[in-house]
Design a protein around this ligand. Structure first.
Ligand code: MEV
Length: 342
C-alpha cells in the first residue's frame, strides 16, 4: 500500500503582519512546529479526508463544485462568498485544493485516505502550513512535478478563502520555502541568509481569532482612507526594512526595539487585544527584549525575542503564570518536505 507523508512548518512574524497585505515589507521565519499530510492508498473507492473534525467521505462532484465556485468568486473579487463557504464547511479550503489539483493537474483522485494533523496554534500560519503539506503530498502521490514556487502559489489559493479574499502571500511563502524570509506582495519572497541564533518564545493567548475578520477590519480602514492607519502601515514598512538589516547583523537589542515599535503600530491598526497585551507586558517584564502579536491578531499568538536560552525560560514561565501557553521552538526551520514515501 502506497503512503506519502509531507510536512510543513508554521511561522512567526518579526515584523509586518497586516502591512504586508497592503504591499508593505514583512519579515518572517519558519518555526520548528509543523503540520503534516499523509496520503494512503485504501481498498475502497471512496476517498476519505480527516482534516478539521471527524473523518469525512469526499465526493468528486462536490470537489468540482467547490473548485468552480471559488474560481468564480476569485475572478469576480466576491470576498463575501468565502466567508459564507467557511461558515458552512471548515474543510472547504482543503477540499478546494484537492479540486484544484484534479482540475489543473489532472490528478485522478480515487481510493485514498488523507489525514492532516497539526502542532500549530492560531497565529502560527496553520492554514498555509496545512495547504503546503497537502499540495506537496498530493503532487508527490500522483506524480505531478511541482517546484516550491508552484506549491507556494497553489497553497496561496487556499489562503484566499481562509483570509477572506486578500492574503498577502507571506504565509504560504514562508511555510513552503522555510528559513527566514522578507516579503513584499509586489516583489515576492526573498529568502535571507541568517547565521545568528535567535531565541524566541511564542505565547498562545488561547483566545480564538479570525484572520479573515482582522484583515477585513484593516482593509476597511484603508479603504476609508483612515490617516492614522495609513501612517501606521508606512511606519511598519520602515520598521521592517530596518529589521531586515538588523536581523542580518544580529543586534538583538535593536531588533527587540523594532518589534516593540511594530506592536505600537499594530495597536493603531486595531488588531491587538487585552489578552495579547497581557502576555506582551508579562514577557517584557520577565526580560524579553521585544514582544508583539504575531499573525492576524485579535487573539491567537504573540512572540517575544529573548537574549538567550535562560531568558527564554523565564519568559516562557511568565507567560504560563499569566494564563497563556508558551512554546519554545527553533526558528529558521526547513520548509515543506516529504517525510515518507513508501
Ligand atoms: C496572517 O498570518 C498575516 C496577515 O498579514 C495576513 C496576510 O498576510 O495575508 C494578517
Amino acid at each position: 500500500m502506497k503512503i506519502i507523508k509531507a510536512s510543513a512548518p508554521g511561522k512567526v512574524f518579526f515584523t509586518g503582519e497586516h502591512a504586508v497585505v497592503h504591499d508593505k515589507l514583512g519579515l518572517a521565519t519558519a518555526i520548528g512546529l509543523r503540520t503534516s499530510c499523509e496520503i494512503k492508498e485504501i481498498g475502497t473507492d471512496t476517498p476519505l479526508l480527516k482534516n478539521i473534525g471527524p473523518m469525512i467521505r469526499l465526493r468528486e462532484v462536490e470537489l468540482n463544485q467547490i473548485f468552480e465556485a471559488v474560481e468564480k468568486a476569485v475572478e469576480e473579487k466576491n470576498f463575501l462568498v468565502f466567508k459564507e463557504m467557511l461558515a458552512n464547511d471548515k474543510n472547504v479550503c482543503v477540499k478546494y485544493l484537492i479540486g484544484y489539483m484534479m482540475n489543473k493537474h489532472r490528478i485522478n483522485f480515487d481510493s485514498v485516505q488523507i489525514i492532516n494533523s497539526s502542532e500549530l496554534r492560531k497565529g502560527m500560519s496553520g492554514s498555509a502550513s496545512i495547504f503546503s503539506s497537502v499540495v506537496h503530498a498530493l503532487s508527490e502521490y500522483y506524480g505531478v512535478n511541482l517546484g516550491k514556487k508552484e506549491i507556494s502559489d497553489i497553497a496561496y489559493r487556499g489562503d484566499i478563502i481562509a483570509h477572506g479574499g486578500t492574503p498577502s502571500g507571506i504565509d504560504n511563502s514562508t511555510t513552503t520555502f522555510g528559513g527566514y524570509v522578507k516579503f513584499r506582495k509586489s516583489v515576492g519572497v526573498k529568502q535571507l541568509d541568517i547565521r545568528n541564533k535567535y531565541h524566541i518564545v511564542i505565547g498562545d493567548t488561547l483566545k480564538p481569532a479570525s484572520t479573515a475578520e482582522m484583515v477585513t477590519l484593516v482593509r476597511e480602514k484603508v479603504n476609508a482612507n483612515d490617516k492614522a492607519v495609513l501612517s501606521a502601515l508606512s511606519s511598519i514598512d520602515s520598521i521592517s526594512q530596518e529589521a531586515v538589516d538588523i536581523l542580518k547583523l544580529g543586534d538583538l537589542k535593536t531588533l527587540g526595539k523594532l518589534m516593540d515599535n511594530n506592536q505600537e503600530q499594530l495597536r493603531i491598526l486595531g488588531v491587538s487585544s487585552s489578552e495579547l497585551e497581557n502576555l506582551i507586558s508579562v514577557a517584557k517584564r520577565a526580560g524579553a527584549l521585544g514582544a508583539k502579536l504575531s499573525g492576524g491578531g485579535g487573539g491567537g499568538c504573540m512572540v517575544a525575542l529573548c537574549e538567550d536560552a535562560m531568558d527564554q525560560k523565564k519568559v516562557a514561565e511568565a507567560i504560563k503564570a499569566a494564563g497563556g501557553e508558551p512554546f519554545i521552538t527553533d526558528i529558521g526551520a526547513e520548509g515543506v518536505r516529504i517525510e515518507a514515501n513508501e
